[in-house]
Design a protein around this ligand. Structure first.
Ligand code: BES
Ligand code: MN
Ligand code: ZN
Length: 510
């Protein structure tokens, strides 16, 4: 991430920036305050709309250059359609769309007038905050390694091409600011996750990942880093077996946020797969596309971003996040196909394919999480299988759960945030496929139902805790770009799980 977009909530009648976005409803009608703002140019606006056949349909846009007698360079109209019909997510997406319209033109500063035409938005005073949130999410890009980028930068004679400040004009700026105080930290968490996933593996090993979490922890987020000796004492033989092929030692990071009234209230728990690079190990992956395996820690990145988001907005909940950080490498010390390891749970695992490593890491971290925290529920996130991409593509993450209520809550949060999940089955018959030959369990189940046998494997390390597994191999990286994400790393899951907590696990806790 580079310099963050500076968002200001200002009075709706305040001075307009050279580029100004207005929302337009059906028949290109503007809201009362917007109309007043462009009053002198109103005839020009109407003529332009007619000439361009702009009808204010949702997501339609129109640029009006040098509007008559108005001190702005351009007006950008963004259509909303019938505003009262739009849901929260659609406003967020419109914010992203408005941002895209703005940055397609030059200029460091822009105005976005958060007002609908007559037909009031159901989201009320949150409108400005939602549009700003969408714009902010869209503004992310990973430019850290572009050495020429800085030369483009600003001086007084040569203003930056990129937008640096967005003025969001609101009827009630204070209310918008208050609403945004809950959203800003979530965007921050999404950016943390995207940054981690975009970062290449040469600069982000397990140690660096752990340090980044510790060094950037917001106030109140407790961070604990377990090193190899401690993981050995805990008998995490499955996780350590994966790590042993790498020169870089494993880490497990435990993040705790105590935000509930009662510090002793059971926590909600999130667990992430953090394979900083997955070569496949001795069962090595083919060369083509292997570079994407720098993102095999996207589950862990999501957990790190989520915990920051919860702490950042002071969520009224006790939450714990754990990430298992390893690198899966082939070497003279690497584990071999056929090796048998003993997990922390005591169950033995026959490693028939060293490329099915994520489940080995999670087996120990899931067990440890339940053992230590006795959580209300556990949700794990993992770029676990290519098979889930075959099944669901890049639109939905795979959801597996031992608990219908938790599954339902996740599906609901998925619809609300657009980070959608599709439930997949767990069943005895699938579980049988991973019964061990010479050990208790084998780490692959054969060609069929690959995403399911991966999930069944994880379930063997869940005792009686409500648990859900999200296979995010298709959604966390190189997923479909959209209004609020243009980056290879989507930061998938931060908004979903923040929403799950906010809607279902905070209110009951007050
Ligand atoms: N990290 C991969 C899964 C993956 C594939 C994530 C493509 C993102 C994109 C995982 O560790 C893996 O290699 N899974 C194997 C499992 C198999 C050996 C049972 C797979 O999916 O092929
Ligand atoms: Mn693998
Ligand atoms: Zn992997």
């Amino acid at each position: 991430m580079t310099a963050k977009l500076d968002i200001r909530f200002v009075a709706i009648g305040g001075p307009l920036s050279p580029t100004t976005v207005l929302l337009a409803g059906p028949d290109a009608v503007l809201g009362a305050a917007s109309r007043r703002l462009v009053d002198k140019a109103h005839a020009h606006v109407q003529r332009a709309a007619t000439a361009a056949d702009f009808k204010g349909k949702a997501r339609g846009t129109l640029e009006i250059l040098a509007p008559d007698r108005l001190d702005v360079n351009r007006l950008l109209l963004v259509g909303t359609g019938k505003a009262s019909a739009l849901e929260e997510l659609e406003w967020i997406n419109l914010g992203g769309l408005a941002y895209a319209q703005i940055v397609a033109r030059k200029g460091a500063e822009a105005s976005l007038v958060a007002e609908t035409a007559g037909d009031d938005a159901a989201v009320g005073t949150r409108l400005g905050a939602l549009l700003a949130y969408g714009a902010l999410l869209r503004s992310y890009s990973f430019r850290k390694y572009r050495s020429r980028e800085d030369e483009e930068g600003a001086n007084s004679a040569n203003p930056p091409r990129r937008l640096v400040r967005l003025n969001v004009h609101c009827a009630d700026p204070e209310a918008a600011r208050r609403a945004f105080a809950q959203l800003g930290p979530v965007a921050e968490g999404v950016f943390i996750a995207r940054d981690l996933v975009n970062e290449p593996a040469n600069t982000l090993g397990p140690v660096e990942f752990a340090e980044r979490i510790r060094d950037h922890a917001v106030a109140g987020l407790e961070v604990e880093i377990l090193d190899e000796a401690q993981l050995g004492d805990l008998k995490m033989g499955a996780l350590l077996g994966v790590a042993q092929g790498s020169e870089r030692p494993a880490r497990v990071v435990v993040m705790q946020w105590h935000g509930a009234k009662s510090k002793r209230a059971k926590p909600v728990c999130f667990v992430g797969k953090g394979v900083v690079f997955d070569t496949g190990g001795i069962s090595m992956k083919p060369a083509a596309g292997m570079e994407d395996m720098k993102g095999d820690m996207a589950g862990a990145a999501c957990v790190a971003g989520l915990m920051q988001a919860l702490a950042g907005r002071k969520a009224n909940v006790n939450a714990v996040g754990l990430v298992g950080l390893v690198e899966n490498m082939p070497s003279g010390k690497a584990q071999r196909p056929g090796d048998i390891v003993t997990s922390m749970s005591g169950q033995t695992i026959e490693v028939l394919n060293t490329d099915a490593e994520g489940r080995l890491v999670l087996a120990d971290v899931l067990w440890y999480a339940q053992d230590r925290f006795k959580p209300r529920f556990m949700v794990d996130l993992a770029t676990l299988t290519g098979a889930i991409i075959v099944a669901l593509g890049k639109e939905y993450a795979g959801l597996f759960a031992n608990d219908d209520r938790l599954a339902g809550e996740l599906a609901e949060a998925g619809e609300a945030t657009g980070e959608k999940v599709w439930r997949m089955p767990l069943a005895k018959a699938y579980d049988k496929l991973i019964d061990g030959r010479t050990a208790d369990i084998k780490n692959i189940g054969g060609r069929n139902a690959g995403a399911i046998t991966g999930a069944q494997f994880l379930q063997r390390f869940v005792k009686d805790t409500p648990w859900a597994h999200l296979d995010v191999a298709g959604t966390a990286m190189d997923s479909t770009r959209g209004d609020i994400n243009q980056s290879w790393a989507s930061g998938w899951g931060v908004r979903l799980l923040d929403r799950l907590v906010a809607d279902k696990y905070e209110k009951a806790d007050k």
